[in-house]
Design a protein around this ligand. Structure first.
Ligand SMILES: *Cc1c(COP(=O)(O)O)cnc(C)c1O
Length: 369
């Protein structure tokens, strides 16, 4: 048996997208499935998202967009992360919507479009304040002029304008309104050039769930698609989302030890009383964060236990307490509805739940192979 079982509930992904559609209030949903769908499996997650009503799916890298076409996805697909060496011809041939952050990238797409059958559909990416992808407000007019020219020549269709928020997970942060204002100004700047957008899009998961005034025509939730709420929910029901990933392992040895027994390398944990130790057959080589020792929890038979001492390469230890009915062969829940959440693991290990699911999800293919 493999060290960790990574299970994905694809029905949860469909249901989450359906829930996000309700939150989106008439705006379409682009399910973001970059990074192997946050570790949940690119093609399978995209299929589940389509079943839930995602009119669009979005990926960072062109190769992911092309892989989705190969996997049989026939809907609108958007990709945004590349430089002037973008495989434009392949993307146009595959009828992928492409983002443009600079005149160099626009030129590459126009050039490839000359020989292609279809007319490339481009979305202008504006840096409204994130300081990451996108054309600056300063350079936007020149890029728009070039895009209008190319559209006039029949070489592209400018169908979208979009941006991304820096602080959406902190509702009320002043940069959100500032970026929204810059985005609206960018849209006006384009409309003055007679560009008529099919879709304007700004909202990630947090913005989709907390700022209905910023949905525009299309929202781009990622983390929420996988059932992980991006902000604390005032209603306390996690916005009706359901986590799609569960991670399990197994107790392989149970033994009684006296008080004062040092546990695992360096004896970072010492038993405070005579107790029973459980050995779990998963370690950092299997994706269990090494800094989870003495902080992260697992659940066994419905009870939560903190990992005792250091996580080793292939194993870790749990102090099961002096009177346990846990036996070798019992299931250990690292993440699941009956145990800790990805957020719990993130809090314990000093990261965000995005990284937790990407990490555990990265083990998925190996495991199922
Ligand atoms: C990752 C990403 C998203 C989704 O963000 P979440 O916080 O996971 O909802 C949306 N848009 C862009 C450009 C992204 O990079």
């Amino acid at each position: 048996m493999s060290a960790l079982q990574i299970e994905i509930d694809y029905q949860a992904i469909s249901d989450n997208v359906a829930t996000l559609r309700k939150h989106a209030n008439g705006a379409e949903v682009m399910a973001v499935v970059k990074a192997d769908a946050y570790g949940h499996g690119l093609a399978e997650a995209a299929r589940a998202a389509r079943d839930g009503g995602a009119a669009w799916v979005g990926v960072a890298q062109p190769r992911e967009a092309l892989a989705l076409r190969v996997a049989g996805d026939t809907g609108r697909i958007f990709t945004w992360l590349y430089g002037p060496d973008v495989p434009a011809a392949d993307l146009i041939a595959a009828d992928i919507d492409v983002s443009v952050s600079s005149e160099e990238v626009l030129a590459a797409i126009v050039e490839a479009g000359r020989d292609a059958k279809g007319t490339p559909r481009v979305h202008i990416c504006v840096d409204t304040g994130l300081g990451r992808e996108g054309v600056t407000i300063h350079d936007l007019p020149a890029l728009l002029d070039a895009a209008v020219q190319a559209q006039g020549d029949g070489l592209v269709r400018v169908v979208g304008i979009w941006s991304h928020l820096a602080w959406a997970d902190q509702p009320g942060h002043p940069t959100i309104d500032l970026q929204a204002e810059n985005f609206r100004a960018a849209v006006v700047c384009a409309e003055e050039r007679d560009i008529d957008f099919e879709v304007r899009h700004l909202a990630n998961s947090a913005c989709t769930l907390t700022r209905s005034d910023l949905h525009f025509d299309l929202v781009r939730p990622g983390i929420a698609v996988y059932g992980l709420p991006p902000v604390a929910d005032p209603e306390g029901n996690a916005f009706g989302l359901r986590p799609a990933m569960a991670v399990h392992s197994e107790v392989i040895l149970v033994k009684d030890v006296p008080a004062g027994q040092g546990v695992s390398y360096g004896h970072d944990y010492v038993t405070p009383y005579a107790t029973t130790l459980g050995l779990v057959s998963a370690g950092y080589a299997d994706g269990v964060f090494r800094n989870a020792g003495n902080v992260a929890e697992v659940a066994i038979r419905g009870t939560r236990f903190q990992i005792s001492g250091r996580v080793c390469m292939d194993q870790f230890v749990v102090d099961l307490g002096p009177a346990t009915d846990i036996v070798a062969g019992d299931t250990v829940t690292l993440i699941g509805p009956e145990g800790p959440s990805a957020r719990d693991w993130a809090t314990a290990t000093g990261t965000i739940d995005y990284e937790i699911v990407c990490r555990f999800g990265g083990l998925r293919d190996k495991d199922s192979a």
